[in-house]
Write a protein that binds this ligand. Sequence first.
Ligand code: PRX
Length: 686
Amino acid sequence: MSFLRRPLALGRPFLRAVGSSPPAGPISSASTNISAFMPEAAAFPGVRDYPSLLHLSLGQADRFWAALARDRLSWISPFHTASDCDLARGKVRWFEGGRLNVSVNCIDRHVHTSPDKVALIWERDEPGTHVKITYRHLLEMTCRVANTLKRHGVRKGDRVTIYMPASPIAVASMLACARIGAVHTVVFAGFSADALADRIRDGQSETVITTNQAVRGGRIIELKQTVDQAVRKCPSVKHVLVAKRTENEVPMSSIDIPLEEEMMKEEAVCDPVAMESEDPLFLLYTSGSTGKPKGLVHTQAGYLLYTSVTHRYVFDYHEGDVFGCVADIGWITGHSYVVYGPLCNGGTSVLFESTPVYPNPGRYWEMVERLKINQFYGAPTAIRLLFKYGDEWVKSHDRTSLKILGSVGEPINAEAWDWYYRVVGDERCPVVDTWWQTETGGICIAPRPAARDAEIVPAMAMRPFFGINPVLMDDQGKKLMDNNTSGPLCIAQAWPGMARTIHNDHDRFVNTYFKPYPNYFFTGDGAYRSEKGYYQITGRLDDVINISGHRLGTAEIEGAVNQHRVVAESAAIGCAHEIKGEASYVFIILKDGVDMSEAVIRQELKDIVSQKIAKYAAPDHIQIVKRLPKTRSGKIMRRVLRKIAESKLDELGDLTTLDDHTAVQEIVAGHRQMLKEEAEQPASRH
Ligand code: PRX
C-alpha cells in the first residue's frame, strides 16, 4: 500500500465548494435550505447555505456563537459577553458572566424529557455482549459517584485522575467531577505507571479513580497494580477509588476505597454546582516537542457547546441515531465524541471497550449490525489493519444502519479511504475525514456540514467548520492567499472549543501556539489547500509523531531511552508505517566499553520505553550507531535520519552543512545491515 498524499477524485461530481457560487447542479431545496438542515440558522435572516453561514460565523462570531449557546445549552444564569479573546496573548474567554453545569446539560435535562432513552451502550470486550444505560440510570450513577467524591473530600477545582477503560462508571466519574466542579484528568489506561505518575503529579491530583482490572482483547490487564506503582511515587494522592471490572480480588491498601460499595451508601441525587463558563472542566495531557507532556485545559461552556454543535452537524446526528465512536475515553476523541458532544445532544453513544480484531476482524461490523449503529467514527490505523484482512469480514454483516463514516487522528491514505467508502459504506455513506486536535476541543475541518450532496474529495478533510478560519503561512510568516498551495496551518480567530491554557504553564501555551505566528493559533500541522479551497492535512511540522493516531514527542522517547545505562546519546525519528501511519525509529550511540549483545540492548530499550511511557510507544527499530549526523553547531540533522529510516537513501538532500560526512555513510551501511538482520529474524520484530 502506498501513502498517497495527493487527493484523487472519486465519487460524486463536484457540486459545491466553500465560497463558490450556487451550483448549477440538481440540489433539492431541502439540502440548500440551511435552516432545514440547521434549525438555528433561522435566527440569521438571509443565511441560506453553508458558505453564507460560514461567512456569518466568522464575520459575526459573537452573534453566531451567542445564538447557539442560548439555544443549545441550559444556563443557570445567562452570560453577558459572548467572547473576550486576544490571541496574541493566548487569551480566550467565551460566555463570561454565564453559569451552568455540564453534567446537567449532558444528563438531567434529558432525564426530564426522556428518562428511559439509552444514553450509553457499553460494548464490552466480551464478544456479543453489551449493556445499555439509560439517562435516568446515568444520572443516578453520576450522583452516587459525585457524592462519594464529596464524602472523600473532593471539592470544586480539585483535580481527579481517572485511569479506567471505557465503561459507564468511567463516564459517570467524568460527569460526577463536572457535577461538583472538580477537574477530571483522564489518563489513557494504556499508559505506564511512570507516565501515570507524571500526570498525577503535574495535575496535583489527590484522588484517583480506577478499576481492579481491565479486560481487552480477551486478556486481563492488572490496572490496579499499575496505579499502585504510580501512587507510590505520588505522595499527594489521598484516595484511590477502585471500581470492579472483574470479579477478581486485588490487594487493597488503606487509601483504596471500593467504589461501588461506597456508591451504594450514597444518595442517588446530588445538587449540581453552578460553574462559571470559564472554570476548568478537564485537563488532558498530550505530547509536544519537549519531553514533558502538556496538560491542556478545557473549560465549561465553550467546550461543551463546540462539541455539541460539531457532533450534531459534522455527523448529521439526528434524534434516535446510535452514534458509534470507537475511540478510548483517554483521548480527546473519547472526551468530545463519546461523552460530551453526544450526551449534550441527548444522543445514544457507544462505549467501545475492545479491539478491532477481537475475537476476529469482523468485530466492528458485527457490532454495527447488532447495535444498529448509524454513525461510525474510527481511526485510519484500524481501517488499514482491517483492509488487510479482506472484504468478507465486513460483507458478512448487515451495515444498512450506517449513514456516515468518520475518520480521525491521522491522515487517511487514499486506499484506506476508498475501502472504507466502497466496502464498509457500500458507496452509500459519506466519509468524513475530520481534522482536529486535543488543543482544538472539537472538529475544525471536515467535509460536513455542507449541502447533503456536496462533493467530498477522498482523503481530504475539506471544509472549515463554522467559526473556524484556517490559514496557511509562508516562510516569512505571511498568510498565503492563493489556492493550490501548502504551508503551516494556523487558525486566524478564536472559537469556543479551543483550549485555554496549559495547566500551570501559561507561558508554554503562549509560546507554543501563539508566538510562532503572532495573532494566530498555530496547529503544529502542515496543510495543502486545493484549487477549490479544500484542505488536506499533510502531517506534523514539529517533533511529534503519530503512532496509530496517538501523539508522541520524539523527545519523550529519547528521554526514556537515555535512561538506560548503556546509552550515551539518542535520536528518535518518526517513519512511515503501513498500518500504524508512523512508527518510531531510534538511533543510539552507546557509552564506551559497553559489552552487551545488540539484541539484548534492543529488547531492553523497547522495554524501557514501554515502562516509561506506554507499550504503543516502543520503537519498531533501534539502530546502534557510532555518530549522529550533526550540523557544525551540533544540531542533529533529523531530516537526514528520517530519510535513512524510511530507506529513501537517494533523497538524503543537501549534506553540505554536515560536520562530518562519513557519519552518514556509516549510518546508511548500518541501516542496510539492520534491515537484513530483521528480515532474517521476523519473529524478533516488534
Ligand atoms: O497531526 C494531526 C493529527 O493528530 C494531531 C492531533 O492529535 P491529538 O491531539 O491526539 O488528537 C487526535 C484526535 C483529534 C493533529 O495535530 N490528526 C488528527 N486528525 C487528523 C490528523 N491528521 C490528518 N488528518 C486528520 N483527520
